[in-house]
Design a protein around this ligand. Structure first.
Ligand SMILES: [Zn+2]
Length: 433
């Protein structure tokens, strides 16, 4: 009897079962390599590659992880049998979003795990989403969920968790320190406090009671329901009777419309509910569809605000108080230049930038003055206190001529913000006291 020349599926299963404890110690490069061989043999690798290409929106930096342990969690890496069973279905769920959606999302990684447990108060969970300092989000989804449930129930829960966590990534894509007008408008139906608390303890305005936790969970529970044909039918029927719930459904649909560049439109939602297969072929055939008037205004608004998000991401990534990052500062000012000067949101963004700069190098007034000067030249219609702070820096520096520069700063303020004239005049008066 001669040894088989090639490793087969059943060989790999045997290896995995025998070495399971070591396999879960995924830091060992040999073990990882063995896993990878197993993935090729069992046909999982190709599905993983296609899934990663889709979720990453074509970005090579995107990581689909099914061998590694994400921070702060206890779980098992999914066995090859679990991956074989669930990954094709998971891939089908991901196809419900066109490539444009993932290109817009800034998703850095997706962890696929088994029996997820989050440290701290969360305990057993179906998944979670997080965002790093550079606004790159990552999602973790448990493929198996409750080990006592049937396999089909487990898969159903995994699918729901996937859409749920993705919607958190959507939320992150707009979450900006202090908020902005676009985020506030889009999230409006979810921010009504009275609606959240539902005085009588009922949950009519929520997809499910977990949505009462906060606005992000409210959005996520509506979103996850829309991607399942049965749940979506029930939710929409309830929405027809409950105006606030209806508004929430609409708001979520429009966010997806905007993020998919108009591809996830009313026809798409109807097709999805009808059980139409949504895959690459579907998206190719839908490319030239009719526009959705409600979603279209969201799409245009998103387009207009994209440059703002860009700026704010850069501001958020700056660490002025630790070490001056010249490249980041320049990137930030370059992005700022692209913003229309008369836009009311620009004020809000300039305010946040001013606050960041204010924390930078407390004693190096020259550099702070230079940054504020650049800021005000790009956003002259900033808040009055930005002028006030710059004038204050000049006064603090106290070189010959600095008092005059402080005064000039206030005069520039009057020109840019005539409505604040009285205030600026008072500040000028105080300066000469
Ligand atoms: Zn959630």
């Amino acid at each position: 009897m001669s040894a088989p020349k090639k490793m087969t599926k059943s060989h790999y299963y045997a290896v995995e079962e025998f070495f399971w404890k070591r396999l879960t110690d995924s830091a060992d490069p040999d073990i990882r390599r063995l896993r990878q061989i197993g993935k090729e043999i069992c046909g999982v690798a190709s599905t993983e590659r296609r899934l990663a290409a889709h979720l990453g929106g074509g970005d090579k930096a995107f990581k689909l992880l099914s061998n590694e342990i994400p921070a702060r969690t206890r779980f098992q890496i999914p066995s090859m049998r679990v991956l074989e069973r669930t990954l094709p279905a998971f891939h089908a769920e991901a196809q419900k979003y066109p490539a444009d959606f993932f290109r817009a999302l800034n998703l850095g990684s997706c962890h696929l795990v088994s029996g997820l447990n989050i440290e701290g108060s969360f305990g057993a969970a179906a998944g979670y989403a997080s965002q790093d300092d550079a606004s790159v989000s990552s999602i973790t989804v448990s493929l198996t969920g409750d080990p006592h449930a049937s396999l089909s129930k487990q898969l159903q829960a995994a699918k729901r968790a996937f859409h749920h966590e993705l919607s958190h990534a959507v939320h992150f894509a707009f979450r900006i320190e202090g908020g902005n007008s676009l985020q506030r408008r889009w999230w409006e139906p979810f921010e009504k406090r009275s609606a959240r608390t539902d005085a009588d303890g009922k949950t009519e305005t929520f997809a499910r009671s977990y949505g009462r936790t906060n606005d992000a969970e409210d959005v996520a529970t509506v979103a996850e329901s829309l991607f399942d044909s049965t749940m979506s039918r029930l939710l929409r029927a309830r929405g027809a009777r409950e105006p606030l719930l209806q508004k929430k459904i609409q708001a979520v649909e429009r966010m997806y419309y905007a993020l998919s560049d108009g591809k996830m439109d009313a026809t798409f939602w109807k097709d999805l509910q009808r059980g139409t297969t949504i895959d690459e072929k579907y998206w190719a055939s839908r490319a030239a569809s009719a526009k959705d008037p409600g979603g279209e205004s969201y799409r245009l608004e998103l387009k207009r605000h994209r440059s703002y998000f860009d700026v704010l991401r850069r501001v958020d990534a700056l660490q002025f108080d630790e070490q001056r990052d010249e490249k980041a500062i320049n990137l930030y000012f370059e992005a700022m230049k692209k913003l229309p000067a008369d836009d009311p949101d620009l004020r809000e963004y300039a305010r946040l930038a001013a606050r960041r700069i204010n924390t930078y190098d407390k004693d190096r007034l020259d550099e702070k003055i230079a940054l504020y000067e650049r800021l005000l030249s790009l956003a002259p219609k900033s808040f009055w206190f930005v002028y006030n702070r710059l004038a204050g820096y000049y006064a603090d520096r106290g070189r010959a001529g600095d008092k005059a520069l402080a005064r000039k700063t206030y005069e520039r303020g009057i020109k840019a913000l005539p409505q604040e004239k009285t205030l600026f005049e008072r500040l000028i008066k105080r300066l000469s006291e």
